[in-house]
Write a protein that binds this ligand. Structure first.
Ligand SMILES: Nc1ncnc2c1ncn2[C@@H]1O[C@H](COP(=O)(O)OP(=O)(O)OP(=O)(O)O)[C@@H](O)[C@H]1O
Length: 300
């Protein structure tokens, strides 16, 4: 049985449908990512999983529990990131960790957690005086402090510097290795590619694709990304009209084409016909970023 089950979830705000028939199932021990453009309905979906919002229709179960009706029992097995407004600014980091540890029957030892999240030298600082990144790290510690079976992380590393982001990824990998199931909303492709076993791409309230990161990349229309600076002015429409090409971008005279394996041949043949040379030619495989743009099209 999946640990998290979302079936045909619908949520409306003021008569406007923002989650429109979302379904997915997360197996125990998985890191499951939810990726999508701004306003796609990602947070609303995970808030229904956390029992913070009541679905208008559809079914949500976490370890067999109805997140709204069984909210009390759910909070014992589900860890979630707090919102800024939920912590008193005068509380110190140590007090917050001790307070939240006391809510749970089998809390984690907060000291190693604080150390892993580089909060040890901030233990006596008040929450209100922390930087954005330090607050974020404290929220992650508080989400993990109850030794949850499943943890929901929304915008986990937004606002963290690159080092803190990498430390956090390692922490999430440790959490996953200890058997915890992770539901992760993210905007960072590198994060999704590194951490997630599977990803649901949500666009305009619907699941546009659901697969492993490698599966999403291979199923997207682009497999190749090519960039070059043409030796003479070029009609962008002719590039866009090539059947192999799915996307053309031009910035300061430099072109980037996304497309199939035939993109390079097709573009070079076209340029040769116009006696144009491709300077500083770079060719690479498509990434999850490219797959995301293909899958979410105009809304991204
Ligand atoms: N409480 C609310 N009342 C009315 N509309 C809301 C409410 N919460 C969210 N919305 C709207 O619902 C839509 C989906 O919002 P949601 O926060 O779920 O998207 P998201 O995919 O998480 O976006 P982002 O990546 O920008 O955080 C948005 O258009 C948003 O403005």
């Amino acid at each position: 049985m999946p640990l998290i089950e979302v079936h045909d979830l619908q949520k409306l705000y003021g008569g406007r449908t923002v989650v429109d028939g979302v379904s997915f199932a997360v197996e125990e021990g998985e890191v499951f990512g939810i990726l999508g453009p701004n306003g796609a309905g990602k947070t609303t979906t995970v808030e229904c999983v956390e029992g913070l919002r009541t679905p208008d229709s559809g079914l949500v179960r976490v370890a067999g529990l109805d997140p709204v009706a069984d909210h009390e029992r759910l909070t014992r097995i589900l860890g979630a990131q707090l919102q800024e407004s939920e912590l008193q600014p005068k509380l110190t980091v140590r007090e917050a960790l001790e307070l939240y540890a006391a809510f749970y029957p089998n809390p984690a030892d907060w000291r190693p957690l604080a150390e892993r999240l580089r909060l040890t030298d901030k233990l006596d600082s008040r929450f209100g005086k922390l930087s954005g990144g330090q607050k974020q790290r404290l929220f992650i510690a508080l989400a993990l402090i109850g030794n949850p079976k499943v943890v929901v992380l929304d915008e986990l590393t937004t606002g963290l510097d690159p080092r803190a982001r990498r430390d956090t990824w390692e922490l999430i990998e440790d959490v996953r290795d200890s058997g915890v199931t992770v539901l992760l909303v993210t905007h960072f492709m590198e994060e999704a590619q590194r951490l997630c076993d599977r990803i649901a791409v949500i666009d305009k309230g619907r699941v546009a694709a659901l697969d492993s990161p490698a599966g999403l990349i291979s199923r997207a229309a682009s497999s190749t990304v090519m960039s070059f600076t043409p030796s003479a002015p070029l009609d962008r429409r002719q590039l866009a009209a090539l059947p192999a090409v799915t996307l053309v971008e031009e910035r300061d005279g430099r072109y980037t084409l996304n497309g199939t394996d035939e993109t390079v041949d097709a573009a070079i043949t076209l340029l040769a016909r116009h006696r144009i040379t491709a300077h500083q030619l770079r060719v690479s495989d498509a990434t999850l970023d490219d797959a995301f743009l293909d899958l979410t099209g105009a809304s991204a």
